[in-house]
Ligand binder design. Structure first.
Ligand code: AHM
Ligand code: MG
Length: 323
């Protein structure tokens, strides 16, 4: 591996010691999740727990395990005060003396576990608002994405990669199994300004507003000048779809629709961190009308429509939504 920079070394020189501690603990938890995901077929951890989570969705065994692993590892980082997760109804105080709070989707895209497709962990870190020594409360988590101090994801795919930003661009760190560590492999990642991929569940098109249907139709028109038709690529795993579009250029869309008035994806631990990361990479993220990072959260598990990725495509989608 030569002189490759370790994630912990990178964080030491690029952020403060308290934030680095939270991120290193998180990455340690992600190593364990990666191992579980890689070996899922060998242990009795594929399938559902028989429970539903706070969103009314079926809990996969690995969702539940990943949530517990992250809580344990983050508790060990004494600088992490509070924890919000897709899998917990309320917020959890981990260390009353900690400076930061974290919102996570422990295993996003978990319905893909059984079919060996990429899945991931998404995280967003802010400074707490309550005082050191107190329990955390919901208000600590009701912060706009403009206050985010670090955000990103771990993808468990053909490689395990942590992609993150601490406010100064985006970097990716690949897990080296032999060394049992993450190494800088994707420095200064940038979202291509002009994407040629669109990613959405087109099977739901009849339930979308006409404006979104018109955007889809635009993507499929033949036009040499704008390199259309664009390619449709959709795994059904936001981390997988966004990671590909970050590297190749494209737009990921989960719009509001007839059954889901605010879309499906959660603001605090899916849309804000992905939008923060995308903006840090030079891309754009919107609910179709306003910047995701400008939305004031009012509920822990609230949802939002999202249009995220290369600037040209998000601009175009907004143009259609404006009518
Ligand atoms: P999850 O957090 O329960 O795994 O759900 C989120 C996932 C995203 O990763 C993905 O983009 C989306 O759900 C796919 O939804 P759909 O199957 O409706 O296309
Ligand atoms: Mg999710």
């Amino acid at each position: 591996m030569g002189k490759a920079v370790k994630l912990s070394e990178f964080l030491q020189s690029n952020t403060n010691i308290e934030l680095a501690s939270v991120l290193v603990s998180l990455a340690e938890g992600c190593k364990i999740i990666a191992r579980l995901v890689n070996n899922a077929g060998l242990s009795d951890i594929i399938g559902t727990t028989g429970d539903t989570n706070v969103q009314g969705e079926t809990v996969q065994k690995l969702d539940d395990l990943s949530n517990k692993i992250l809580m344990d590892y983050l508790r060990a980082s004494e600088t992490c005060a509070g924890y919000l997760s897709e899998e917990n109804e309320g917020v959890v105080t981990l260390n009353t003396g900690g400076k930061y709070i974290i919102s996570v989707d422990p295993l996003d895209g978990s319905s893909n576990i059984d079919v060996c497709a990429p899945i991931g962990t998404i995280f967003n870190i802010c400074e707490r608002l309550t005082k050191a020594g107190e329990e955390v409360n919901n208000d600590d988590f009701f912060q706009k994405g403009t206050t985010t101090k670090a955000g990103g994801y771990a993808i468990y795919g053909s490689s395990t990669i942590v992609v993150l930003s601490t406010g100064n661009g985006v970097n990716g760190f690949t897990y080296g199994a032999e060394e049992n560590d993450f190494f800088l492999s994707h420095p200064n990642m940038t979202m291509p300004e002009k994407g040629k991929i669109y990613s959405l569940n087109q099977g739901n098109a009849a339930k979308f507003d006409e404006s979104v249907q018109n955007f889809i139709a635009y993507c499929t028109v033949v036009d040499k000048e704008t390199s259309r038709p664009y390619s449709l690529r959709y795994i059904g795993s936001m981390v997988g779809d966004l990671h590909r579009n970050l590297i190749k250029g494209g737009i990921f869309v989960y719009p509001a629709n007839k059954g889901e008035k605010k879309g499906k994806l959660r603001l605090l631990y899916e849309c804000i961190p992905m939008s923060y990361l995308t903006e840090q990479a030079g891309g754009k993220a919107s609910d179709g009308h306003q910047r995701i990072l400008d939305i004031q959260p009012v509920e822990l598990h609230e949802r939002t429509a999202i249009f995220i990725g290369s600037k040209n495509l998000v601009d175009k989608a907004e143009e259609f939504l404006r009518g």
